[in-house]
Design a protein around this ligand. Structure first.
Ligand code: CMP
Length: 143
């Protein structure tokens, strides 16, 4: 596990669409609210049915979202997971497993909620992504 967010983390967040609209000072402040954590390939990061306190943004690597044996999504650099349990307090909806060496920026739930409250402009692109995932799940879009 690396230390708390640093200037490096802030520059990594600069490449992430959700944080693109923020100025550098804000991005740095937000970066410092999370921790950078590395996972070996094969590591289960989120357990289906477990309780959730973390929101994860993939800085590097690749994860699979799995329900039982079925892979329902692949997520890579710049994509997030773990938001569902933090939003509604329900158990984790799926396993999320690193399928390559993976580095995530991880926020605990209260920091996640705090950032959405203080920077609501971050929420809109996240909502767009959630709608995209819903459409994929419904089979109403190509990917
Ligand atoms: P959460 O339920 O907290 O933990 C498992 C995570 O997997 C979930 O949040 C989402 O981030 C992610 N996830 C669940 N279903 C999908 C899906 N259909 N497409 C992409 N990601 C998903």
């Amino acid at each position: 596990m690396a230390g708390p967010g640093t200037a490096d983390t802030a520059s990594m967040l600069a490449g992430v669409p959700y944080f693109d609209g923020l100025n550098e000072k804000t991005r740095k402040a937000i970066a410092g609210e999370g921790r950078v954590i590395s996972y070996d390939s094969g590591k289960t990061i989120v357990d289906e049915g477990g309780s959730g306190v973390g929101f994860y943004l993939v800085l590097d690597g690749k994860v699979e979202v799995r329900k039982g044996e079925k892979v329902i999504a692949e997520l890579g650099k710049g994509q997030f997971f773990g938001e569902m349990s933090l939003i509604d307090g329900q158990p984790r909806s799926a396993d999320v497993v690193a399928v390559a060496p993976t580095v995530c920026w991880v926020l605990v739930s209260w920091n996640f909620a705090g950032i959405l409250k203080s920077h609501p402009e971050v929420a809109l692109p996240m909502l767009k992504e959630l709608v995209r995932r819903l459409r994929v799940a419904q089979g109403s879009t190509a990917s």
